[in-house]
Structures are given as structure tokens and as C-alpha cells.
Design a protein around this ligand. Structure first.
Ligand code: FAD
Ligand code: N01
Length: 545
């Protein structure tokens, strides 16, 4: 059927499949594998030249995962787990990309993927009960189900600074790094941004460049990565009972097998709190320090402030110049309300003679000029500008397909004018047979994404197979279910501290974007139970026809 479909397309026809999967990252690859096993015909449509998604595009020096790779892996096939061993606690981007290539080969997935193909429009044809997809290279696809596995952090944010076009030097985006690398030797370099991408790349850029100037608007909390071999305790737990290890991750709050803390901060003495903190700091484990210090750290501002203070002490100790150290200390958000970063030589880099920090809170950028960057206080001449300015997160890649037209000619842009509305973060009322993997309203970016992606994909593919077997052709959430999910999202968001920070979780990083916490804060395990309950109660909240 695939061959026939390809041929019909070559002749200017439309490829007919059961399911179109947009994106060939972690999510798209697993979808294609599961759909094939379920006996559904599928095509993958991917803008890039190869698989990998995030790990295809983000090739800047220093790019790594921040969830330990032992956890940031597929778990659906025990044989795959024994066939691949990670070399480090936090693998590099090239290694993760190799892994995804290995997975694509192992399950022979590339043969169903059309690369260099960007989906530009999607329309629901009510009569045919099929989606019609348009792409930038003229290929057309008609599918019963349309699944966007387009990524939460895949649409780079434009620079939003006047004059970028005037600049006569080289400009790079961390999220679109050239494949053959960039030689910065002898160059004067500017990095704009101090999020995770910047914090990973700055130490390596500083080693190469003649001079580096970092332009910081908002400081972030960065924790020592302590990279190296996977830690003994986790490896032992994993090796002793792999199935139990994975199951604990699936039922956990963040998708990493850690228990719920029960001791709250005020039950501990100063010394006990410090002891816990120092142990976590030395462990170099983002999830540990985010969830395991004390039970109120993520839900109570006072319990949280204790940690902020301890981290600021560490910054003061690491950075020699007191003014630079003070500028690097976050004061505007609770720890964890914004994604913390992993530090491999980050703070120490500011002790180098060839590195300077410009605090944009004191001297905002006025413009980029032909020769560099001008703030309200000075002009810095540079040869290279690196934008580590982040992404139009969670909804950017979905909204970039425009229009997505559902029932009655309704456009998703209009339906989401006041912010994304979804049921379970997976589906949207008025858009039959449309699914998002890690969409707004799912735990996604607040979790180990590997675990969340597998859960979403399993749930969606199992439902599609069950619908087919029962003779249904369409599935769509009800208005009531969607409204209920949005209320539940809002209720959950009042419990954690995420709402107290202006971040890409809330849309605050993109001028003009509607503000509101986009990921589900109720946790990975509870979310899984809800999805399972929807199924066990006869597809609660869905209309099937
Ligand atoms: P992606 O990997 O983003 O893949 C989406 C794909 O869809 C892309 O290849 C894109 O080209 C394609 N696409 C989008 N729109 C279209 C279109 N219209 N037409 C055709 N193709 C399209 N998460 C963690 O849990 N742990 C980590 O340690 C971690 N580290 C990260 C490090 C970096 C540098 C970044 C940017 C993110 C990190 N993340 C991490 C989040 C990461 O995005 C997810 O873990 C995961 O890789 C997402 O997989 P995905 O398949 O959902 O999306
Ligand atoms: O993007 P970001 P990122 N002028 O949005 C600044 C994952 N990830 O690519 O905070 C000046 O976090 C902006 O300043 P402010 C991870 O989930 C993981 O770094 O808006 N500055 C901020 O400092 C992460 O959270 C890893 O005031 C401007 C920075 O640019 C997510 O991806 C590695 C500006 C953007 O930071 C995004 O991370 C990389 C402007 N006009 C990514 N616009 C791991 O470690 C933006 N900024 C696994």
C-alpha cells in the first residue's frame, strides 16, 4: 500500500493513509512504530532531513539532556533497553541523536517518513471524515487521523530586537545550529539569553572565543550537573528490577522514579535542611533537587524561599566578582517555577578574564547595529551573535500549521484566541480525529518527556485501534469535557508555584502571547490514571461516531 501511495503522489495525487504523524522526534518515531504494530497505515511528515527532532536541531556545543539518560530513554521494548547503553549520566546531543537513529533503524521507521516536508495546512473534510494536509513541497496527504508530534520546544522564538538584519557579523540560533559546527576561535562573541541552552553553551564558547559577552535579562537557577558515569545507586536499582524501576517512573509525579517527599521544611532544623541540600547539590540531579528536599518546596513560597537562599549562597561562592555574582542571582521567581538549568562550569566561567556579563535589567538593549550590540549604556562590538533566546513553547509549532480547520470551518487559531483549550492535552472539541502529543494541558514539559510521550502515544494508538475494531470512524471530545479539563487545569495550577513566574510555561517569553500556565501540573502518575479512567468508563468525555 505504501508503494502505491508513493506512486500516486509522484503522479500529483494524494497519499491516502489511516494516520498522518507530523514530526519525527521522540514522539513521532514511537507513534510510527506503534501504529504499524496496530495495523494502521501511517506516514511521518518531517521538516528536517532526518529523525531526531529536538536532538536533530539543537547542535550547539554543550547540548545535553538534563534528565539522567537512564531515565530519558524509551522503555517500550525490554530488548531495546539491553541493546543500548548510555556512556554518561547526561548524554550529549550527538549521542542522543545516535540513539534515535538507532531506534529508527532497529524498527525500520525511516521508510514511512517523508523528510524535508513541512505541513503547512490541515483541513477536516466533514463529508469524507478525513483530514487533508498540505505541505511546503506540494505533497498532499489524506488521513483519517491527524497527529501532531511537533514538539513543545521546536519553534524558535524570533529575536525581537531591532537591527538584527543590520548586523554584518555572523548570527546563530542555538535551536538551529549549523550541522558542520561553528569555529569561534579568535572571535568576539555575544550570547543573548541565559536559559538552559545558553548555560550549557556559554562555558564552551568562552573556551574557544577571544572574548565573550553574555547579555542577561533574567538570571536562572543553575545546579551542578556533576556529569560522568551513571550514578551507582540508580544503576543498581535499575539493573536489579528494570520493570519495577520503569513502573515507578510511570506512577511518579515527574516521570522519574522518586518517592513523594512527606517531611515539610519546618519539621527540619536549619542544619538538617542544609544537610539535605548539600547532599542533593553534590548528587548533580535536577529531579532530586526539584522534588526531594522537602514536601513543601514546590507548593509553598516559604518552603521554597529556603532553597533559593541556599542556591544564591552557592552562586556567591562560585563567582569571584561580587557585582557579577549579584547579577547572576535570581530573585524574581520561586525555584522550580521556571525550569532550572544544569551547570557544567557555568558560574565558574564568569571568573575567566575573557568573559563579561551585561545586566540588561540595568541597561536594556537598544538595538543591534552593523558592528555589535548597543545598550542604553554602551556599545559592544562583536563578530558573532548567538541567540539562545528560546522557543515559542508548547503551542508554537501547532499554531505554525495555519489554518488547522475543524468542523464547521472553525480555525484552531480562533478557538485558541484566549489560550489553548484541550481535553487531556491531547484533543480539541470541534477537531475530530485530531491529536497532539505533549500538547498544552498535558504534563509534558514538567516531566521526563520520554515517559510522558510513551504514555500519550500508547493511549492514542490503543484508542485508534479500539475505535477501528468497534467500527467507529470519528472521535472528538465534548464541550463539557473540555471545559471540565480546563477547570481542573486551573485548580491544579493553584496548588504549585509555577503560576508565580513569568516563563515559557506561561507564554510570558513571547510578546503578545496569551498568558496562562500551559502544562498540566497535577503530575505524571495522576494524569495517567485519569487517562486510564476515561477509557475504562466508556471513553468518558468523548463523542464517537
Ligand atoms: P521534537 O523532538 O521537538 O520533534 C518535533 C519534530 O516535528 C521536529 O523535528 C520538527 O522539525 C517537526 N515539525 C514541527 N512542525 C512541523 C511541521 N509543521 N511539519 C513537519 N515537521 C514539523 N526533555 C526531557 O524530558 N529531558 C531532557 O533532558 C530534555 N532536554 C532538552 C534539551 C534541549 C536542548 C531541548 C530544546 C529540549 C529538551 N527536552 C528535554 C525537551 C524535548 O523537546 C523532549 O524531550 C523531546 O525530545 C520532544 O520530542 P518530540 O518528538 O515531542 O518533539
Ligand atoms: O530558552 P529559555 P532555552 N532580549 O526560554 C532570553 C529545554 N532545554 O532554549 O528570561 C534579551 O529558557 C530570556 O530572558 P528572559 C528546557 O526545558 C533543556 O534556553 O525572557 N534576552 C532567557 O534568558 C528549557 O527550559 C536543556 O528575561 C532575551 C533566554 O533568552 C527550554 O528547553 C537545554 C530575549 C531564553 O531562555 C528552553 O531553553 C536547552 C530578548 N529579546 C533547552 N528573548 C537541557 O539542559 C529571550 N531572551 C536539557
Amino acid at each position: 500500500a505504501m508503494v502505491a501511495a508513493r506512486e500516486s503522489n509522484a503522479a500529483g495525487g494524494t497519499q491516502q493513509v489511516d494516520v498522518a504523524v507530523v514530526g519525527a522526534g521522540f514522539a513521532g518515531l514511537y507513534l510510527l512504530h506503534r501504529l504499524r504494530k496496530a495495523g494502521l497505515s501511517a506516514v511521518g511528515l518531517e521538516e528536517a532531513r532526518d529523525v531526531g527532532g529536538t536532538w536533530y536541531w539543537n547542535r550547539y556545543a554543550g547540548a545535553r539532556c538534563d534528565i539522567q539518560t537512564i531515565d530519558y530513554s524509551y522503555t517500550f521494548d525490554p530488548e531495546l533497553e539491553t541493546a543500548w547503553t548510555w556512556s554518561e549520566k547526561y548524554a550529549t546531543q550527538p549521542e542522543i541523536l545516535r540513539y534515535l537513529g538507532f531506534v529508527a533503524d532497529r524498527y525500520d521507521l525511516r521508510r514511512d517518513i517523508r523528510f524535508k516536508t513541512r505541513v503547512t495546512e490541515a483541513r477536516w473534510d466533514e463529508k469524507a471524515e478525513r483530514w487533508q494536509l498540505t505541505t511546503d513541497n506540494g505533497a498532499r496527504v489524506s488521513c483519517r487521523h491527524y497527529i501532531m508530534a511537533t514538539g513543545c520546544l521546536s519553534a524558535p522564538k524570533p529575536p525581537e530586537i531591532d537591527g538584527v538584519k543590520e548586523f554584518e557579523g555572523k548570527v546563530y540560533f542555538t535551536g538551529r545550529w549549523p550541522h558542520d559546527g561553528v569555529n569561534l576561535a579568535g572571535k568576539r562573541v555575544a550570547v543573548i539569553g541565559t536559559g538552559s541552552s545558553a548555560i550549557q553553551s556559554i562555558p564552551l564558547i568562552a573556551e574557544q572565543a577571544a572574548h565573550l559577552t553574555v547579555f542577561q535579562r533574567t538570571p536562572n537557577f543553575a545546579l551542578p550537573a556533576g556529569n560522568g558515569p551513571a550514578p551507582e545507586d540508580r544503576r543498581t536499582f535499575f539493573e536489579s528490577d528494570r520493570a519495577a524501576y520503569r513502573e515507578q517512573a510511570r506512577q511518579s509525579m515527574t516521570g522519574v522514579p522518586y518517592p513523594q517527599q512527606t517531611v515539610v521544611s519546618w519539621q527540619l532544623s536549619d542544619a538538617e535542611r542544609r544537610e539535605r541540600f548539600e547532599r542533593a547539590w553534590a548528587a548533580g540531579d535536577l529531579v532530586h533537587i526539584l522534588t526531594q528536599l522537602w514536601a513543601d518546596q514546590g507548593v509553598d513560597v516559604d518552603g521554597n524561599a529556603l532553597i533559593c537562599e541556599l542556591i544564591r549562597e552557592k552562586i556567591a561562592a562560585a563567582v569571584k566578582d561580587p557585582e557579577t555574582a549579584a547579577a547572576l542571582m535570581p530573585h524574581d521567581h520561586p525555584f522550580g517555577a521556571k525550569r532550572p538549568c544544569l551547570d557544567t562550569n557555568y558560574y565558574a566561567t564568569y571568573n575567566r578574564p575573557n568573559v563579561a556579563l551585561v545586566n540588561l535589567r540595568q541597561e536594556p538593549i537598544k538595538a543591534i547595529t552593523a558592528s555589535g550590540i548597543t545598550t542604553t549604556k554602551r556599545s559592544v562590538d562583536v563578530d558573532v551573535i548567538v541567540f539562545a533566546t528560546g522557543f515559542d513553547a508548547m503551542t508554537g509549532a501547532i499554531r505554525a500549521v495555519h489554518p488547522i480547520t475543524g468542523r464547521g470551518g472553525k480555525s484552531l487559531t480562533d478557538v485558541w484566541a484566549q489560550g489553548p483549550q484541550t481535553y487531556l492535552g491531547l484533543t480539541v472539541e470541534g477537531f475530530p480525529n485530531f491529536f497532539m502529543i505533549t500538547g498544552p494541558g498535558s504534563p509534558s514539559v514538567l516531566s521526563n518527556m520520554a515517559v510522558s510521550i510513551e504514555q500519550h502515544v500508547d493511549w492514542v494508538v490503543d484508542r485508534l485501534a479500539a475505535l477501528r475494531d468497534a467500527g467507529f470512524t470519528t472521535i472528538e471530545p465534548t464541550e463539557t469535557a473540555q471545559a471540565g479539563w480546563n477547570r481542573h487545569m486551573a485548580d491544579c495550577s493553584m496548588v504549585t508555584l509555577h503560576r508565580l513566574a513569568n516563563t515559557w510555561y506561561t507564554g510570558a517569553n513571547v510578546p503578545g502571547k496569551v498568558q496562562g500556565l500551559m502544562p498540566y501540573t497535577g503530575g505524571v502518575g495522576p494524569y495517567r490514571s485519569i487517562c486510564d479512567e476515561v477509557t475504562s468508563r466508556g471513553m468518558l468525555g468523548f463523542k464517537l461516531t
